[in-house]
Design a protein around this ligand. Sequence first.
Ligand code: NI
Length: 159
Amino acid sequence: MATRTVRIIGDELLRKQSREVEEITPRISELIDDMIETMYAEDGVGLAAPQVGVLRRIIVIDIHPKQKDPMVIINPEVVLQEGEQITSEGCLSVPEISGKCKRPEHVIVKAKDRDFKDITIDAEGLLAKCIMHEIDHLNGVLFVDIMIENDDDDSVEKD
Ligand code: NI
């Protein structure tokens, strides 16, 4: 495993659409390991593959990083979103800025796990925010694009 360099806003790759994963190759497996290591090394609660320069629909999330139980989400598809929450967001690819966004309070997402088995994730609150933030990365969207207010909160989780 190795850490990879996180791309920063201004890098065109962050604005591109990521492609679906068709199978778990050794290369994809290594990418997932490196993404997890990079997320922890950067003190993030999530990371999407385009943030380390790979245009693939892969997300890793751990909203309780001390427990080191990362979630791997491949080819996510939002099948339900409901409610509304105003989140506080930061991003490893957008240093120095944090702000509030409007996100669904509850989402259900179908995806594959790292063994390429079907999974369904039912998420609320922080996890729902995190999943939607990462899915945006897969579509070239950064939180600053949808930010409703800048809040200069340094303590906010980054992903
Ligand atoms: Ni981010």
